[in-house]
Design a protein around this ligand. Structure first.
Ligand code: ATP
Length: 461
């Protein structure tokens, strides 16, 4: 898919109410986006499919919804206050700030995310002749400086010097899981191996935020931490890699050949293995989800810093140990972008062209659209309204009587509605049947009104 299609997807998102730039009437607010009526339905559907797969369909994974704000000590223990940073450089000509690892990536030089400021500056200087500012093309940059990504706030601090002792908006959701490890164990009947899953907002002061909703400063994550015995970590890691790949292909219906694995070669000292699932966006293959074997680092760190022992007492062996963690960490808003890119299709229909979102039915924001053939025929409108009122008790439906039916089909195609029901003259004059039109094949079928609900039940199993 080309960059041109990216522009088309962004435009469709705004025009059809999926995603809007934040605070647009005030000129916008960089790297933050709002989700419109269809966007929120799609996002909720993706989240629902993930939650069903991760929590509801499994016996040993439970859910959590921890607060965005936590004690600042959490972020000291996790290493985010000292080490959650990206290397930043400013173009001396136009003052555009860039991530140095991204500038290097453009010329196929790969910097390790664990490098020190000095190490990255050495590589940066060595390649300076080849690196251009993405905004003005200049090659004149300031030295790279580490920039911490945590977003600070004055929550609960009324001193005026809150900046010195800030609270943070969480930079990732999983820390809420680690600090509730004991609570969940004490209040539910989980036994190792078990997992805790959570979906929620995260905030990062991203230096560069281009590429639409791919990288934003406020976003949502879907994370699951699976607690295991050390001896089982490698086996469980392998299993989760397989399961997560299958989620994208089977549960979200993503084109498999647009997915690939990327292995992290230079791991942080505590990590044992790390792979990303990448998707081929219009701007190339990029990470959608990270799957990490994090050893016992997280629970050990929080035990050390809080003084509260986060370990597990095996009731069978009476052995006490600190569980290892296999983490699956996906972006919900980034996944929504994957789903949109993958579903976006342009097709020739006779002499015409249509844009259709070929979304998996479960994900479609609207499941069924109901039309009377003509707006000014009360007898058709009345029947269509009745069908709509009935179907909407079971599925998200939309009633549309505006413009000709061809245009209404196109509108529904653009938002990915799998079925359109049209009440026409045959309905009243002949046999109480309606046409049901399939989004992908565009084939129309006559179905009796009394059989409609059952017909859709079969389609939406
Ligand atoms: P990067 O190196 O690209 O900054 P990361 O490796 O730090 O990202 P993780 O911390 O592993 O990302 O985050 C897990 C997931 O959360 C990512 O795979 C991605 O889907 C999502 N994510 C991370 N940062 C952002 C962001 N700024 N905007 C949207 N989604 C994000």
């Amino acid at each position: 898919m080309s960059e041109k299609n990216l522009e088309k997807i962004i435009s469709l998102c705004k025009r059809r109410g999926f995603v809007y730039p934040s605070s647009e009437i005030y000129g916008g607010f960089a790297a933050v986006y709002d989700y419109g009526p269809y966007g929120v339905e799609l996002k909720n559907n993706i989240q629902g499919v993930w939650w069903k797969n991760m929590v509801q369909d499994r016996e040993n994974i439970v859910g959590l919804d921890s607060a965005i704000f936590m004690s600042p000590k959490v972020w000291e223990a996790s290493g985010h206050v000292s080490g959650f940073s990206d290397p930043l450089s400013e173009c001396k000509k136009c003052h555009t700030r860039s991530r140095v690892d991204h500038l290097l990536e453009e010329i196929d030089v790969f910097a390790d995310e664990n490098m020190t400021e000095d190490e990255i500056n050495k590589i940066f200087k060595k390649n300076k002749d080849k690196i251009k500012c993405p905004s003005c093309g200049s090659k004149d940059f300031t030295d790279a400086k580490s920039f911490n990504l945590l977003v600070k706030s004055n929550l609960g601090n009324f001193t005026g010097k809150w900046d010195e002792e800030p609270t943070y908006l969480r930079g990732e959701t999983c820390q809420g899981i680690y600090v509730n490890f004991k609570n969940v164990m004490d209040s539910s009947r989980v036994k190792v191996p078990f997992g805790i899953a959570q979906v929620g907002k995260a905030f990062r002061n991203e230096i560069t935020a281009r590429q639409f909703i791919f990288r934003t400063r406020e976003f949502e994550q879907m994370e699951m931490q699976y607690f295991v015995e050390e001896k089982d970590a490698t086996k469980e890691y392998k299993r989760w890699k397989k399961e997560r790949w299958e989620f994208y292909v089977n549960d979200l219906g993503i084109t498999e050949k647009k997915l690939r694995w990327h292995e992290h070669e230079n791991l942080v000292f505590y990590a044992k293995e790390a792979w990303d699932i990448e998707y081929e966006f219009p701007f190339g293959f990029k990470e959608v989800e990270g799957i990490h074997n994090r050893s016992d680092y997280d629970l050990t760190q929080h035990t050390k810093h809080s003084g509260c022992e986060l370990n597990y007492n095996d009731p069978k062996t009476n052995k006490k140990f600190t569980p290892w963690v296999v983490e699956t960490s996906a972006g919900l808003t980034r996944t929504l972008f994957v789903v949109l890119c993958d579903a976006y299709t342009e097709e020739k229909v006779g002499d015409d062209e249509r844009v259709v979102l070929k979304l998996k039915k479960e994900l479609a924001p609207v499941k069924i659209a109901v039309f009377p053939l003509l707006k000014n025929k009360p007898e058709l409108v009345k029947i269509a309204k009745k069908i709509f009122d009935n179907l909407k008790t079971k599925w998200v439906c939309e009633f549309d009587d505006n413009g000709n039916v061809g245009k209404r089909y196109r509108r529904q195609d653009e938002i990915g509605t799998p079925y359109c029901v049209t009440v026409d003259f045959e309905t009243i004059e002949k046999d109480d049947s309606v046409t049901v039109r399939d989004r992908d094949t565009m084939k129309q079928e006559r179905v009796k009104i009394k059989d409609l609900e059952k017909w859709f039940e079969k389609k939406f199993v």
